[in-house]
Design a protein around this ligand. Structure first.
Ligand SMILES: [Zn+2]
Length: 279
């Protein structure tokens, strides 16, 4: 049986949000048993707290948003998932955590450096008892009953720069650390102007974002030949951890992004709530 975990000691990271470009500090604090994952906006009056699982107003366009207080938290959440952290408090000085290198790698290394502390209570999982899915045009995201957490993801982009990529594996902490956490966010070169005009990617640069052309990323080197699909898996893991608990289930994703990811989270949430109240 797995036990709950927190971190040994507090630490902070700083940088600029990938989307907002705003300078931000993220302070990480150990938290007590059964307290879950809590974000605090320490820059706002009354310091609003958002505890994952008590979800509110999940909305998305190209990024994940939680109410008015948080956005683009998927890389931090993926790192917490990868480190198997259940209880932690993260205080932010802006709505978006630092983008760092565009992956979950630096968050994960920092968590490990602070040390992972095992707590007494058993770790709770969300068990998928019946198939749940969401779809939109060519995209599909479903989760099916399984005793392990396995993801199969098909990425498809028009043109040769990214093309079709496929990932399928049982993902646990070890696989995540090696195969998923280092994968960086990406976009097509043709998208750059459009995204900037829409107000995205203000903190993006050629180091923290793979700007893909048919000859590979601009001024950068891929960490994996299929780094983009691995990053989509990273985003999906982070978005699913908005539920505040790890899931046992078999995930099938076809061209899924934050919008579908959050729709699936909304569908899983009643299942997770039933477990919490023991019904
Ligand atoms: Zn991402």
């Amino acid at each position: 049986m797995k036990q709950q975990k927190t971190i040994n000691k507090s630490f902070f990271l700083e940088g600029n949000g990938l989307q907002t470009g705003k300078s931000v500090k993220a302070f990480f604090y150990p938290d007590k048993e059964d307290s879950g994952i809590t974000f605090v906006r320490r820059d706002l009056e009354n310091k609003p707290r958002i505890r994952l699982g008590d979800l509110m107003n999940l909305a998305t366009d190209r990024r994940s948003k939680i109410g008015d207080y948080l956005e683009t938290v998927e890389h931090i959440l993926a790192a917490l998932w990868g480190a198997e952290v259940d209880n932690i408090r993260i205080e932010l000085t802006s709505s978006e955590p630092p983008g760092l290198d565009g992956s979950a790698g630096i968050f994960l290394e920092a968590l490990k450096e602070a040390g992972i502390k095992i707590q007494k209570p058993q770790r709770e999982f969300i068990e998928i008892k019946e198939p749940l899915w969401v779809e939109n045009k060519e995209s599909f995201l479903g989760i099916f009953p399984s005793q392990t957490f396995k993801i199969s993801y098909i990425l498809e982009y028009p043109g040769p720069a990214i093309g079709r990529q496929f990932f399928s594996d049982t993902v646990d902490s070890k696989v995540f650390q090696k195969e998923i956490a280092p994968a960086r966010t990406f976009c097509l070169k043709e998208e750059v102007d459009f995204l900037l005009k829409q107000g995205y990617g203000k903190g993006a640069n050629l180091k923290n974002t793979l700007v893909m052309t048919k000859d590979g990323p601009m001024d950068n080197i891929l960490k994996f030949p299929d780094e983009p699909v691995r990053h989509k898996v990273l985003d999906l893991i982070g978005d699913l951890y908005l539920l505040g608990k790890p899931i046992k289930g078999r995930v099938i994703a076809i061209r899924s992004g934050h919008k579908l990811n959050l729709e699936l989270v909304e569908k899983i949430k009643p299942v997770a709530d039933r477990r919490q109240t023991g019904r």
